[in-house]
Design a protein around this ligand. Structure first.
Ligand code: CA
Ligand code: CA
Ligand code: CA
Length: 552
């Protein structure tokens, strides 16, 4: 199976087999549909995709010539949908890729020179925004599968490249050739250099305030050292957060402040980190889904799975190992003391449970603090249905793997024809949740996509630079539609301001998203950040571009 171009664009697993064994009643045949899409992006674009489909215990391999092939129609039977991860970062759903995405996918290119008309490759169209008073500018290009970014100064930002482990710097729109830092990363599927945030903090009174940079990555001895030979023997050293000092030119004095297990599967690593208004570091960590490869699905038992854990709402499961939630730690890696008498962690006094700010999280790529309320919001990715946006209160239980979105996780057939449509089976108070001695509290999402869109980044826009109508709004992005979304909040800042077909907090279909669409065609925005100039910066994972949304 040809995988050229060197970049694994993606794979997904569907762990429903495991879930079904545990949860569904009277399920004697565990139907597995597990699809892995691995696409390599070569110099002239996408070059190959591997799809592994095993259904009803049979396995079928499809090898496709990437997006050049008409796989959308060839391989997506109208009565059965497939699930895949498109970027190695995000759960997406092939069948919901719309016509525009198809066109875009065919023109995606690793490093298009926009100025050279002699290049015999299609040009990447510029993204667009719906507001006629705004426009999109190209700030920088030639990034290699960037994931996230953070500003260290005005017109000065650091960008992470997922697979190389390189931290690049863009100053006044110029991408510097040499990386600021080149880390050794495991980079298969959703592993890699994943999250960054920056804060001015005083961590030592003797030395005063400094600029600190927090980085989340899958550390390895060398780039691409991803091998996991058994469930307990994995070459990647861990999903780790380091705190660096920024000197103005260099990242120095790395301090390991969080060390999480990795593997055996390579997806659901989360990776987004944000420094909160309280100065603590918040990290969304996926559940470590071990069923992404067929060999793990078929040879392991549910009991061996990393998702068989209390943190994934299996009260009889394994103790939490740091995955499947949002962790909060001090700049020194200590737990936040938000529990009883502020002397324990929020959920417990022992590690790593004392570092959980939230749990019951399958995976996600969005964390953002409301600049008005200081509350944390997240986005989470469902297994084909039930992508979410949530308010994350301390001790928040998002419900996975009992509920995703508003829908139960119980189907014996993981990808039924009506996938995404659970009709009246909406769950407001799920059963069998882990509560950690009543310290954890479930709450329903503030918004859910019935059919997964592969939601990615979240960001609040603090300034009115784009117009007062956008000030303090929440912005999000997705994979499937390549949309940017604009959500308004209510006055009390405790829910989204949704009406009409969205008053039910559910996008039942893509048409219901129309009023939320703020832009499109950014090439899979994996990060959105408000710059020091008050404009919205959008990082394109596939285009390798950094865009900025500004007034006309
Ligand atoms: Ca490297
Ligand atoms: Ca949830
Ligand atoms: Ca609706």
């Amino acid at each position: 199976m040809a995988i050229s171009g060197g970049f694994i664009i993606g794979a997904i697993s569907n762990k429903k087999c495991l879930v079904d064994k545990k949860i569904a009643d009277n399920v004697t045949l565990c139907n597995i549909i597990s699809i892995t899409l691995i696409a390599g992006i070569g110099i002239i674009g996408f070059t190959s995709i591997l799809m592994l489909i095993s259904a009803n215990t049979s396995e079928v391999f499809f090898e496709l010539s990437a997006f050049e092939s008409n796989y959308l129609t060839s391989y997506t039977a109208p009565d059965r949908e497939t699930t895949l991860i498109g970027t190695g970062l995000i759960d997406v759903r092939l069948n919901f890729i719309n016509e525009d995405r198809k066109a875009y996918a065919q023109t995606a290119n690793e490093s298009v020179d926009h100025t050279d008309s002699n290049l015999n490759v299609p040009q990447i169209p510029m993204p667009n925004v719906t507001d006629p008073n705004l426009k999109v500018e190209l700030v920088a290009s030639d990034l290699k599968y960037p994931t996230t970014m953070a500003f260290v100064g005005k017109d000065d930002l650091l960008v992470l490249e997922k697979n190389n482990g390189t931290i690049k710097r863009i100053v006044n729109g110029n991408l510097l050739d040499e990386p600021i830092l080149d880390l050794n990363v495991a980079n298969k599927i959703e592993r890699g250099l994943l999250g960054i945030d920056v804060a001015r903090q005083t961590l030592d009174n003797a030395t005063g305030e400094k600029t600190y940079v927090y980085v989340y990555y899958t550390q390895a001895i060398k780039d691409g050292d991803d091998m996991c030979s058994t469930f307990t023997l994995c070459n990647p050293l861990g999903n780790r957060i380091y705190r660096f000092e920024w000197t103005g030119n260099e990242l120095i004095n790395p301090n390991l402040i969080l060390d999480l297990p990795v593997g055996p599967g390579a997806d659901h690593n989360g990776g987004v980190i944000k420094v909160g208004p309280d100065g603590n570091i918040y990290a969304l960590v996926g559940d470590g889904d071990s069923c992404w490869e067929d060999k793990y699905c078929s040879t392991s038992t549910y009991e061996d799975s990393v998702v068989n854990a209390e943190s994934s709402n299996v009260p009889t499961g394994n103790p939490p190992d740091g995955r499947g939630g949002i962790l909060s730690i001090s700049p020194f890696g200590e737990p936040m003391l938000g529990g009883e008498n502020k002397t324990t962690g929020i959920l417990a006094d022992h590690s790593p449970l004392n570092k959980y700010f939230a749990y019951g999280v399958r995976n996600g790529f969005g964390l953002a603090f409301d600049p008005i309320s200081n509350k944390l919001w997240d986005s989470e990715n469902g297994p084909g249905y039930g992508d979410e946006i949530n308010i994350v209160e301390p001790g928040f239980n998002s419900g996975w793997l009992r509920v995703m979105g508003w829908w139960p996780v119980e189907n014996a057939q993981p990808l039924p024809p009506e996938r995404g449509y659970f009709g009246s089976k909406m769950v407001t108070i799920p059963n069998n949740l882990e509560t950690f001695a009543d310290k954890g509290r479930y709450s329903s999402p503030e918004f859910a996509w019935n059919m997964s869109v592969g939601v990615t980044a979240l960001e609040f826009l603090k300034n009115d630079t784009l117009g007062s109508q956008y000030q303090n709004d929440l912005f999000a992005a997705d994979y499937n539609n390549d949309y940017l979304y604009n959500f308004k909040l209510n006055e009390d800042r405790n829910r989204l301001d949704l009406d009409g077909v969205l008053a039910d907090k559910v996008a039942n279909n893509n048409a219901e998203l129309d009023d939320l669409v703020f832009g499109q065609g950014f090439g899979i925005a994996t990060d959105i950040r408000e710059g020091p100039d008050g404009y919205l910066y959008v990082l394109s994972h596939i285009h390798g571009n950094l865009y900025r949304i500004v007034p006309k």
